[in-house]
Design a protein around this ligand. Structure first.
Ligand code: FES
Ligand code: FES
Length: 907
């Protein structure tokens, strides 16, 4: 077959049934990404005769005689296409995984389409940005600025990978060719709970191209948690790579390793598995009832499971004061039970990786992870290998949101490559990501709150039932976090917490942006509004009277053993003022009929900037022979912007410009240990290590130069690519070469241990219109104020807020992973799940408090997950304000709202 790709003629025959996406990638066009493989996300967009198409839906043979343009063909040799340049200027991307497809679609829009972007971009999903920076690109807006030497911190500098991202040249996990690669496909359990009696692999092994079938008989017996934390004691050791008991539909039963994905799939189909069906339970309340099936029978508290027989993975209980007495004596009280749902991260790059044993015998896993160092440690433990015989690395990661703070695929990749002696690949499908990785923990949260007649809180109590699914990865820490800052942000003499995280035979829950706080906050922030309403106090004022202020203890029962959280800075008061002022300012709104009820709502959140119990980063900076600097950090870039911020920090400390800093990251073979990019730690912890390393190197360079020049180090000043001493300018290249001639490399180390910690704040405001006839919610105004300390990169930080609000709006208004009584997920596809698209997301006005954090690097603190947290409660409060009805279950879908609206307002 003859066709054109990017202006070049090709003659090549696709395989029978092959889609254009895989065909193009096999021809080396890695800018064509795989997201959903079902026509829903647009990551695979190419132009076919100048029309954007989803290449995953096009049979490859159909391009015969046609011209295909991939992102690699959009730019000329000399210059970027104007749309690529527009995306660079506006920085219309975060992880960048959607960007190639998005740019191709945007580049093809005519004027009429540009006037209706909601419709024009409905086939291209971005999970990171919230679409506003993409809209800026289409409007020709520039969001970036320049910086002079030593002035990088605090500037809206562009992401270093930007030029590569917009060209489709940035490499993600699978964007590499490996000779002799084998493919893994997984046979997954069709049963929610069963014992595997036998697996007959003979037919599978007879499939041409199948090299191996791996079952529990081949897997190490080590029990571990897929959750990755610095301290293993945080999670139960309840998981085996391949187990002889399956506890949810979708759990791995066997892995087939073959020459092609097709052969591996055929091998899976031919496996004969005999199951002994065990009783199952999918409801967490039923799971703790007497007589419920025991999901982890045979395990004990030694596996760090709180109560095996009652299916309790983790629990927390505590009380300060006397909540019952305080409630009885309060002027007003509120009690409500809130239910949050199961939500998927839906990162466009699915979980997966490549593994091989390198020439030095090092087991190497290149994967899509937020935690390369902790994954290496787990693999070394499971396979009983010395840590230096395991290397884990990631290139740019196509979105994580906490879902990749887990080890879902790396163990099976390692087993397959060790068993076959060949490089292997495992790339989960979008459906596998839904049914077999992790979700947000659904929680039932009962809140009891009381206040005196002056609006001072007298009692605050939370009772939580969290559904952790079949495994307890993150069960305890998420539960503890749900009931921590959500109530410690309020001064109240009587507080009580009871929480259970419960096993059920459903897909496991795990880490997800916000880490439990969104679930706890919806109950607390709704209760604050309800009390304010009863007392006739304005919601802003109610919060001002009760929130903690510098010097106040930040307390949530049971008493934490970690007392390292400080007020490094405090901007909650400013955030409340900023949102109040913005909400009160005149803003043109749409003309609405009487069917629409309009209301405002706010909510606040506080977050500790690092998880407790230690979060470590080791960073190295060295002077190169060309006068630039190499910076090695362990933390990963998945759209969180750390690769930009770390260079800004290093450049500022070294009085240079960011283009002088070359960053190497997220590779266990490079530099020291890094706990990982989670818990809002990228800027705060690894940034602090970067700052220390760069400052140490600056001192080292000055000391060396002083010695070499017979000068006083205190008189030496660094200036971009040279230093100045006694009025003389000396290039850093000379310093580096002199050092090398003396057998010395000028290098320095910085370490951060994630303590002390500080607190960041967010306040969200919404104005909504609710249609009392059908339950539709229109967002008329969205405002968020954030206290991120001194903002390291305002453009990027605004993007984190916009993206966090957008992702949270999905979970607030429509995203829901539905599980039937048999434990089966009924909507494991983007099409049925409803991710927010361009048309769904309003522009959020973003404001920053003006603070300087004394703990964080150069005054900054974290702001990646926290913008998500106050969104659902603010929306719930706005809907309640509009309708007079308190809705207590998310998502606030029209069909959920309609019955109560009908009852109150008639049809
Ligand atoms: S990968 Fe083709 S539309 Fe999602
Ligand atoms: S930048 Fe769009 S999916 Fe990450």
């Amino acid at each position: 077959m003859t066709f054109e790709i990017n202006g070049k003629r090709f003659e090549q025959q696709p395989r029978a049934g092959q889609c254009l996406r895989t065909f193009l990638r096999e021809l080396g066009h890695f800018g064509v990404k795989k997201g959903c493989d079902a026509g829903d996300c647009g990551a695979c967009t190419v132009l076919l005769d100048n029309e954007p198409v989803h290449s995953c839906l096009i049979p490859a043979f159909r391009v015969e005689g046609h011209a295909v343009t991939t992102i690699e063909g959009l730019a000329s040799e000399a210059a970027l296409h104007p749309m690529q340049q527009a995306f660079l200027d506006a920085q219309g991307f975060q992880c960048g995984f959607c960007t190639a497809g998005m740019i191709l679609t945007c580049a093809s829009l005519n004027q009429a389409q540009q006037r209706d972007l909601g419709a024009a971009l409905k086939g291209n999903i971005c999970r990171c940005t919230g679409y506003r920076s993409i809209e800026d690109a289409l409007n020709g807006k520039t969001n970036i600025e320049d910086a002079a030497a030593g002035d990088a911190f605090g500037r809206s500098l562009p992401a270093p990978a930007g030029p590569q991202v917009v060209r489709g040249a940035e490499r993600y996990t699978f964007d590499t060719e490996i000779e002799g690669l084998l493919h893994i496909k997984i046979l997954r359990s069709p049963h929610p709970h069963a014992r595997i009696v036998s697996i007959d692999r003979s037919d599978a092994l007879a499939v041409p191209g199948v090299h191996a079938v791996l079952t529990h008989e081949d897997a190490p017996k080590t029990l571990f948690s897929t959750a990755r934390h610095e301290k293993d004691w945080m999670d139960p050791a309840d998981t085996r790579m391949l187990d002889d008991v399956v506890r949810f539909i979708g759990q791995k039963v066997a892995a087939v390793v073959a020459d092609s994905e097709g052969a591996a799939e055929e091998g899976c189909r031919r496996l004969k598995v005999q199951y002994e069906i065990l009783p199952h339970v999918v409801d967490p309340a039923a799971a703790i009832a007497e007589g419920a099936p025991v999901i982890h029978a045979g395990k004990t508290t030694e596996h760090r499971i709180s109560n095996v027989v009652r299916n309790i993975a983790a629990e927390t209980h505590g009380e300060f004061g006397d909540v019952t007495k305080a409630l009885a004596e309060s002027a007003v009280t509120y009690e409500g039970t809130f239910q949050t749902q199961r939500v998927q991260h839906a990162a466009l790059e699915t979980h997966g990786g490549l593994a091989y044993v390198d020439a030095d015998g090092v087991l190497t896993v290149r994967c899509s992870t937020q935690v390369p160092f902790l994954t290496r440690r787990a693999l070394a433990d499971i396979f009983d290998l010395p840590p230096d015989k395991v290397r884990v690395l990631c290139e740019r990661v196509g979105g994580g949101f906490g879902g990749k703070q887990e080890m879902f695929v790396e163990d099976i990749l390692a087993l397959a490559t060790l068993k076959t002696g060949r490089p292997v690949k495992l790339e989960l499908t979008c459906e596998e990501q839904f049914i077999a990785t992790s979700t947000r923990h659904p929680m039932r949260v009962t809140v009891k709150a009381g206040a005196d007649s002056n609006g001072k809180l007298t009692a605050l109590a939370l009772d939580v039932l969290s559904n952790t699914g079949a495994y307890g990865n993150h069960a305890g820490p998420v539960l503890f976090h749900a009931v921590a800052e959500s109530i410690s942000v309020y001064n109240c003499p009587n507080k009580k917490v009871d929480g259970l995280a419960v096993y059920t035979n459903t897909v496991p829950a795990g880490a997800f942006r916000g880490y439990g706080l969104p679930q706890g906050l919806i109950a607390v922030e709704s209760a604050i509004d309800e009390l304010a309403g009863q007392l006739g106090i304005d919601p802003f004022e109610m919060r001002r009277r009760n929130v903690v202020k510098p010097g106040d203890p930040m307390l949530a029962p049971p008493e934490s053993e970690y007392h390292d959280v400080l007020y490094g800075s405090y901007g909650l008061d400013q955030c409340l003022d900023l949102v109040e002022r913005a909400m009160k300012a005149d803003a043109p709104g749409p003309q609405l009929s009487d069917e629409w009820l309009v209301g405002d709502g706010i909510a606040l959140s506080m977050i500790d900037t690092v998880p407790p119990a230690g979060h470590f980063a080791d960073c190295f900076v060295s002077l190169r022979d060309d006068g630039g600097f190499d910076l090695a950090v362990g933390t990963a870039e998945f759209g969180n912007g750390t690769s930009t911020v770390h260079r800004q920090i290093a450049a500022t400390a070294l009085s240079t410009t960011v283009d002088q800093i070359r960053l190497k990251q997220s590779d266990t073979a490079n530099g020291g240990h890094d706990t990982g990019a989670y818990g809002s730690s990228g800027t705060f912890v690894a940034g602090l290590a970067t700052k220390l390393a760069a400052e140490n190197l600056a001192a080292e360079i000055k000391a060396f130069a002083a010695q070499a020049m017979g000068a006083d180090a205190a008189t030496i000043v660094l200036e971009r690519d040279h230093l100045v001493c006694d009025g003389e300018r000396l290039p850093l290249t000379r310093i580096a070469q002199t050092a090398r001639a003396r057998g010395k490399t000028l290098t320095a180390h910085g370490k951060s241990e994630g303590t002390p910690r500080t607190v960041a704040f967010n306040v969200q405001g919404f104005r909504v219109a609710v249609n009392k006839g059908n339950g539709e919610v229109k967002i008329l105004r969205s405002v968020q104020a954030a206290d991120a300390g001194r903002v390291a990169n305002p453009m990027q930080c605004r993007g984190q807020v916009e993206g966090g609000v957008a992702q949270s709006l999905g979970a607030t208004l429509y995203e829901e992973l539905v599980i039937d009584e048999g434990g089966r997920i009924v909507n494991p596809r983007f099409r049925d799940y409803h991710l927010p698209s361009f048309a769904d997301v309003p522009r959020t006005e973003v404001y920053f408090a003006d603070t300087y954090d004394t703990v964080g690097p150069m005054g900054a603190k974290s702001m990646s997950e926290s913008p998500y947290n106050p969104v659902a409660p603010a929306m719930g409060n706005a809907i309640a304000n509009a309708t007079g009805i308190r809705f207590t279950a998310t998502p606030f879908k029209p069909d959920r709202l309609f019955p109560a609206l009908k009852e109150k307002f008639g049809s």
